[in-house]
Design a protein around this ligand. Structure first.
Ligand SMILES: [Zn+2]
Length: 140
């Protein structure tokens, strides 16, 4: 993929040293992260609704339940709670990412210092390595 920065002249590239992103790019990342937070918030409330439903089901049709049914329901509910908690974790990851973005130290590869592509950050807000470095890490 050709980034807009690559098409710029050497002179203008010099004025934007490594370690800065264009305002437009920062804005793109912010938009992607905000959209992500929005999605996760919706996912979280859906999960909470499912937990409520599971909880209600336990009360309404537990009359004919044997121990196995009760066990399954408890397990399902625990899984939903684990899921809800992991979504909350992801929301706080995105929020931390937004804060770091404001400070200007978000979205840089910890290994090579290159900017991590916006798409990757949108998919993995907690990514600290670019795809190339990540692959190198995994190969070890
Ligand atoms: Zn890298």
């Amino acid at each position: 993929m050709v980034k807009p920065a690559d098409t710029k002249t050497a002179a203008s590239r010099k004025s934007a040293p490594k370690g800065t992103r264009s305002a437009a790019e920062t804005e793109k990342i912010r938009a992607a992260l905000s959209a992500r937070r929005e999605e996760l918030t919706i996912e979280h409330s859906q999960t909470l609704t499912e937990i409520t439903v599971l909880q209600r089901d336990r009360f309404t049709d537990s009359a004919g339940d044997d121990q196995a049914d009760t066990g399954t329901k408890t397990f399902e509910r625990e899984q939903e709670i684990t899921l809800a908690n992991s979504i909350l974790d992801r929301i706080s990851q995105v929020e931390r990412a937004l804060e770091r973005l404001e400070e200007g130290n978000y979205g840089w590869c910890e290994r090579c210092g290159n900017p991590i592509p916006v798409e990757r950050l949108a998919a993995f807000p907690s990514a600290t390595l670019c795809v190339t470095c990540k692959q190198l890490e995994e190969r070890r």
